[in-house]
Design a protein around this ligand. Sequence first.
Ligand code: 0X9
Ligand code: ZN
Length: 302
Amino acid sequence: PFSVSEYNSFSAIQDYLENVARRHSDIVKLQTLGTSYQGRLMKLVKISTNPNAGNPIIFVDAGIHAREWVAPAMALYIIHRLTNDPEARQKDLNGVDWYILPVVNPDGYEYTRSSRNNRMWRKTRSKNANCYGVDGNRNYGFKWAVSGISKNPCDKETYAGPKPFSEPETQMVRNIMMENAKRLKLYVSVHSYGQYLVYPWGYTGDFLPKEWKKLDSLARAVSDAVKRAGGKPFRVMSAGKWYPAAGGSDDFAFGAVGVPYSYTMELTDGYEFVFPERLLTNVLPQFYEGFRVFGTQIRNEF
Ligand code: 0X9
Ligand code: ZN
């Protein structure tokens, strides 16, 4: 049984996505991308009122890090609002197509859900040497492994993988980006925690991209909207000024694919990786107001 105000199993999420696509077949299409390392089917949710118009695309992914449960919950809440709320449907889908991949790392996600395992698992579940998992957000093929990574497959946090895009899960996200490169104008990777909204570069804090002012001001507008809705504002900066780490999806989108707006969004503050389920109904609507501002910007600029 799926609920937007709870943490759901991957299979409940899959059922929900199938149901949404059936109930709202006029605006929702599912695209099967492939399977995770352990064989879970990955489906991209495409929401559009006019798929043939060539609208700019906003691509949101979540859950590349297994333990960050609030991130998939956010992605699913966006799907819920865009399809179920008449006002959101009318305003937020106007002139913009939303592509959403709610759980990039389903194997890791399910691993953290089992009480037999470690709730704090972060990586994928592929096997390298005699250890498990790659940090998906160190595995993208832009400035791969130049900073903030481990080369040790047994490192629990930041093992970058044996090579760029070694993981089927990051390959699928890469493919979505490359196939839609022309229309893709905004990429947001949802994580937790710390209430940060950061933009490239992530691989270095020594300098910023020349477009940094646009990245910075849109992030501040999003943060203001969340604050107006009663939420905590975001800490806005480049990812590399927070701490440099290479091989992130945000840098790949911006630097290799040419997506003009690219962000990593770290949700919630005060609970680290275990954000209480009972508070989801408070914060998800607040963050949604931030996503609306992203939508407005993309609609107006492109
Ligand atoms: O380290 C990460 O991958 C992200 N933080 S988290 O606590 N969710 O693990 C931040 C990534 C920011 N972007 C880059 N460094 N490229
Ligand atoms: Zn993360």
